[in-house]
Design a protein around this ligand. Structure first.
Ligand SMILES: Cc1ncc(C[n+]2csc(CCOP(=O)(O)OP(=O)(O)O)c2C)c(N)n1
Length: 682
């Protein structure tokens, strides 16, 4: 027999979940709720049994679309949950996240099946690193066991022996599809090949779940190793609101085994009735209050999250190292490498991870050389698992670390796209600003080395315009290392684009022939007192990132053409400006470091100096960065233009491996020159 107070507690929690979710159906029926809802009716014993076995003061929970039960068992905040689903300001995340995107204390949910699993791995790594004694729990459904990232995550969790409890709630169905039509082999044995122990139980009885979860949690905490707990359960309500294709007979069979009814029968009627009445009253009040509550406002701060947040001291001390601090000449590669050393030395929460980054190899492009020897605990080589590399970084960032992930070739960010777009860039805003996700994904992009179609692209383009994600491209006209420090200190996630061809080049910090370094730093910027539209008082864009400017003419002269570009294009611009100087064509080149989001002001200012603008990028021009720049320049400085903005990029095809073919596809100095001559004829 179980002790009475536990029976009462478990019943009250399960009943609260049941009645809250039934109320959601009712509110939808009355047209008071929008969107969707996924209830855990029938599965309450899983949430209550597992979560009561945890240390709620420190353990960390990740869950998915079907998380109301986990949420209520964890924090009992029915008022916050009801208001959240009703889209009100008093909702746990201000009505921004809604049913699938909940956050409170150490609980995080997201609605992309499988995506939270590597986040949980990262969180487990963070807790282990912090020696907090906390374990991490990730709930997933049987359908989600079809996702590849789940297995990448199991691999890393076991390999690194992380305190992570996988809880599979096997309710037999994924939306409308039975698991027999989704999975080959046995789900229960999925973890075994990774060296992860597992246990499997029928989850009809909350006490059985509780006991199994206690054993599992204790194992994870004691062994600092993952465990896989499989709970066989059944969803008694539709997948979401009304989409149920299961037979009435099947449903009836499972209703007859309802775990909540079974627990209710263990309580005296009077006691149960008192609990029920209190719950009804609580839910009723929560609904009443939420319905009179206001809807959250979308403030500017959320539209530009990070822009108004105070920056990490790292950056406010030294946003861009003064030129004199730079050991000259220093290569782009060395600048980045030294910067990583500085970051890890200054910030004990910074951690570097990626494929093949350990000494003596030191990374495919050697940017991490020496790092693992100096910081063995904070430099981790990973399996080949880009989604999980980024997903773990997200989890670490949520739990207070500053991860710096290296993706060996930029082309492979495509494998991590879900983590970048639906996780890293989403969490802070969808949790209404309650969390940060400060992580940096460093990656070499671009062609020119004959690596062929899948190792030469400039795929940062895939992520342009994603809200709350920054893309920072280091050219060799920037102080690349300082820029990396700035990215690491950024409160938002950053994709930090390096260009393969720049690695050996010396950073340009002074004059080269007639090339003048106009980089804007330390508040110095060309005065624009004669310009009544734009004020460039500071030497950085509105996100705090530097904009490099170079020119091939003297003070008091005006340019004939403005070239706007970023990143690796800088290697073409230096010789181009020299070539144009020989032709007596004055060129102003402008390279922002933060290329998305884009502060148009410096670019528009540069464009207005000449009225003839060429935007150059290494990707195909269609739907590219240049299209955004051209639109902004036309909109804001159209009256200053003497010709439509011209664009140059790669030919719209694969980047061939053969050198002559690659040269023909990628933009070159000659192509830039040709475009400039064309512009001057207009
Ligand atoms: C990546 C992804 N694909 C598809 C969906 C749509 N979807 C939402 S829930 C669901 C079924 C999930 O099944 P399971 O993992 O068994 O969890 P359950 O719904 O049974 O709790 C699907 C396909 C999604 N949210 N995410």
């Amino acid at each position: 027999m179980h002790n009475d107070s536990l029976t009462e507690r478990f019943y009250a929690q399960m009943q609260l979940i049941r009645r809250t979710e039934q109320t959601f159906f009712d509110l939808y029926g009355r047209g008071l709720m929008a969107g969707t809802v996924h209830t855990s009716i029938g599965q309450e014993a899983c949430a209550v049994g597992v979560i009561n076995a945890l240390d709620r003061t420190r353990d960390v929970i990740f869950s998915s679309h079907r998380a109301h039960g986990h949420f209520l068992a964890y924090c009992d905040d029915v008022e916050g949950l009801v208001a959240e689903l009703l889209g009100r300001r008093s909702g746990v995340v201000g009505g921004v996240g809604g049913t699938q995107h909940l956050h409170k204390h150490n609980l995080y949910t997201n609605g992309v099946q499988g995506g939270i699993v590597p986040n949980a791995v990262g969180a487990a790594l963070a807790e282990k690193h912090k020696q907090s004694g906390a374990i991490v729990i990730v709930f997933l459904g049987d359908g989600t066991m079809g996702q590849g990232v789940v297995y990448e995550s199991m691999n890393v969790a076991a390999l690194w022996s992380l305190p992570l409890l996988f809880v599979l709630e096997d309710n037999q169905y994924a939306q409308s599809t039975h698991r027999r039509d989704e999975h080959a082999g046995s789900l229960a044995q999925r973890a075994q090949p990774f060296g992860i122990e597992s246990a499997e139980i029928e989850a009809d009885d909350v006490f059985t779940v509780y006991a199994a979860a206690q054993r599992a949690a204790e194992y994870v905490r004691r062994q600092n190793h993952p465990f896989f707990l499989i709970l066989h359960t059944y969803r008694l309500a539709p997948h979401s609101k009304g989409d149920d294709t299961r037979s009435a007979e099947e449903l009836q069979r499972y209703w007859a085994r309802d775990p909540l009814a079974r627990l209710a029968a263990a309580l005296p009627d009077v006691q149960r009735a008192a609990i029920d009445a209190a719950i009804e009253q609580r839910i009723e009040k929560a609904v009443e209050k939420a319905l009179t509550d206001e809807v959250e406002e979308i403030g500017d701060w959320r539209l530009e999250i990070g822009a108004h947040q105070s920056l990490n001291p790292l950056i406010s001390q030294s946003p861009n190292l003064p030129i004199s601090n730079l050991q000259s000449p220093i290569s782009y590669l060395e600048s980045l490498r030294q910067s990583l050393h500085t970051i890890l030395a200054e910030d004990s929460t910074a951690l570097v991870l990626g494929e093949d980054i350990l000494d003596p190899y030191g990374g495919a492009f050697k940017v991490t050389k020496g790092l693992s020897t100096r910081f063995p605990d904070r430099v981790r080589t990973t399996p080949i698992c880009e989604a999980t590399i980024v997903g773990m970084s997200v989890g670490m960032a949520l739990r207070g670390l500053r991860p710096i992930a290296e993706i060996m070739f930029g082309d492979f960010v495509a494998l991590a796209a879900d983590q970048i777009v639906n996780h890293a860039a989403k969490y802070p805003a969808m949790y209404n600003g309650q969390v940060g996700a400060p992580l940096v994904i460093r990656t070499p992009m671009g062609g020119g080395r004959g690596y062929g179609p899948t190792h030469s692209q400039s795929l940062e383009r895939l992520f342009f315009g994603i809200p709350h994600l920054k893309i920072v491209a280091a050219s060799h006209l920037h102080n690349a290392g300082a820029l990396l420090r700035q990215a690491v200190a950024d409160p938002e996630p950053v994709i930090f684009v390096e260009h393969k061809l720049l690695y050996p080049l010396a950073l340009v910090r002074g004059e080269i022939g007639r090339l003048r370094d106009w980089r804007v730093e330390n508040g110095e910027w060309a005065p624009v007192t004669d310009d009544d539209v734009l004020q460039m008082a500071e030497g950085v864009d509105r996100f705090g990132y530097p904009v490099a400017m170079t020119r091939n003419y003297g003070d008091g002269e005006t340019p004939d053409v403005t070239v706007i570009a970023y990143g690796g294009m800088s290697r073409l611009l230096a010789p181009l400006l020299a070539e144009m100087a020989a032709e007596e064509i004055r060129v102003l080149a402008c390279l922002p470091a933060c290329i998305s989001p884009l502060d148009a002001a410096p670019l528009v200012w540069a464009a207005a100096q000449s009225g003839r603008v060429l935007v150059a990028e290494e990707s195909p021009v269609a739907f590219g960065w240049g299209a955004e720049v051209a639109t902004q320049v036309h909109a804001l400085a159209g009256d200053r233009l003497h010709a439509p903005v011209a664009r140059l990029g790669a030919a719209p095809t694969v980047i061939p491996a053969a050198k002559p073919l690659e040269d023909a596809v990628l933009p070159s100095q000659a192509m830039l020159a040709a475009q400039i001559f064309k512009l001057l004829e207009m």
